[in-house]
Design a protein around this ligand. Structure first.
Ligand code: PLP
Length: 395
């Protein structure tokens, strides 16, 4: 028999826990009729706004069902560039925008564009769960660096420097961060930028949560001196516009050559995002900041309610998020194994959360909750988590 590509087989190495076990167990329990509150995935509990769905419907009604533009239709890229210029701190050129099937395809494109087989990419913990897999899919080697809860998960530049080898080609940076909800400081980002310049590295800046910053302000590292020409910005409407299922994202590339490479890759893979989806994206962005502001305000409210409810516990240490849709909770001082805690929490209370190990070793001993349940359900879940934690015994 022919063999399967070792590169593809190594995307999720044999025996590696992909972190979704608790969610799968929760879904099985729900099928058996148990009442479950699912706070695992970063997927909204409400649908995409009506106006956006109607724009898609109108495009389908008028037969916009042919191939989509691989680059992205001009009016959409124009809207993306306009929004991006206000957010990333420099004038975004619409020709450097390439529309992608979600932020995930944009991430994959950066790995394929920047890495040759066995090249190294530095990933900062805690990280979005697919980062290492995406780098491996491109034949690269993920090199993770730890951060610490005591430093609010801000990466340390000396630790980053120590991870750079002659094979390093890029650093992947995610601020605002999933899962921590931390926004990297200017000092942190300047340190990362200096390293990229000193060692001639690409920076992939995943900014998909930039519209959901509640404390402080978003700063794109691409806006720092000398960085625009070496930074790929990953963005997506999944979180900002509640459009996870639409697969609606894009890359802002550092130059025309890079954009052409990404388009060549998409030519051989998705062949562009469906035109009716691009038209819905365009309509969503044409609405200005309104739709994303409304969603961000919803999550800000939920964040406040969740943090205040969890504070009732005498044991939980809650990292109040500055941004995004998650709350990270530190259990290390009373629970030795967060995954065991998460499974037990699910069995006893029906609340499903992510064990922190899913985001790298730096968040071992933590759990992450997604704020993706209606307010009263979220408060109920937080009350159950607090009560369960205060009773938790290892024996
Ligand atoms: N980047 C981060 C940090 C994320 O948290 C996610 C999704 O959870 C993505 C990228 C991928 O988003 P998309 O749905 O646009 O592929």
């Amino acid at each position: 028999m022919p063999t399967l590509s070792p590169r593809i087989r190594s995307i999720v190495p044999d025996g590696e826990d992909d972190g979704w076990g608790v969610q799968m167990r929760a879904q099985a329990m729900a099928r058996e009729g148990r009442d479950i509150i699912l706070l695992t995935m970063g997927d909204h509990d409400f649908p995409t706004m009506k106006g956006i769905r109607e724009a898609c419907g109108a495009a389908l009604k008028t037969g916009r069902t042919g191939y989509g533009s691989i680059h992205g239709i001009v009016p959409l890229r124009r809207n993306i560039a306009k929004r991006g210029s206000a957010v990333h701190g420099f004038e975004v050129d619409q020709d450097l925008v390439v529309v992608s099937m979600g932020g995930q395809a944009a991430l994959f494109a950066t790995a394929m564009t920047c890495l040759d087989p066995r090249d190294e990419a530095i990933v900062i913990e805690p990280y979005y769960a697919t980062y290492a897999q995406t780098i491996r899919a491109a034949g690269g080697v993920p090199v993770t660096i730890g951060t610490s809860a005591d430093q609010r998960f801000q990466p340390d530049v000396d630790t980053l420097r120590a991870a750079i080898t002659p094979r390093t080609r890029m650093i992947l940076c995610n601020s605002p961060n999933n899962p921590s909800g931390v926004v990297y400081t200017r000092e942190t980002l300047e340190g990362i930028a200096a390293l990229c310049i000193e060692h001639d590295l690409w920076l992939v800046s995943d900014e998909v949560y930039h519209s959901q910053v509640y404390d402080g302000a978003h700063l794109s590292p691409a806006s720092l001196p000398g960085m625009r020409e070496r930074t790929f910005i990953v963005d997506s409407m999944s979180k900002s516009h509640a459009m996870t299922g639409w697969r609606s994202g894009w890359l802002i590339c550092p130059n025309e050559e890079a954009a052409a490479c990404v388009m060549d890759l998409f030519l051989t893979s998705a062949y562009g995002v469906a035109p009716f989806i691009q038209l819905a994206m365009r309509a969503a962005l044409a609405g200005g900041k309104g739709p994303e502001y409304e969603i961000a305000e919803k999550y800000r409210f939920r964040r406040d309610r969740a943090v205040e409810t969890l504070a009732v516990s005498k044991r939980l240490k809650v990292l109040a998020p500055e941004a995004a849709m998650y709350v990270l909770i530190d259990l290390r001082h009373f629970a030795s194994d967060a995954e065991r805690f998460a499974y037990a929490l699910l069995e006893e209370t029906g609340v499903a959360v992510m064990p922190g190990d899913s985001f790298g070793a730096s968040t071992a001993g933590h759990i992450r909750i997604s704020l993706t349940a209606p307010e009263e359900k979220l408060v109920e879940a937080c009350t159950l988590i607090a009560g369960f934690a205060d009773k938790w015994s290892e024996t």
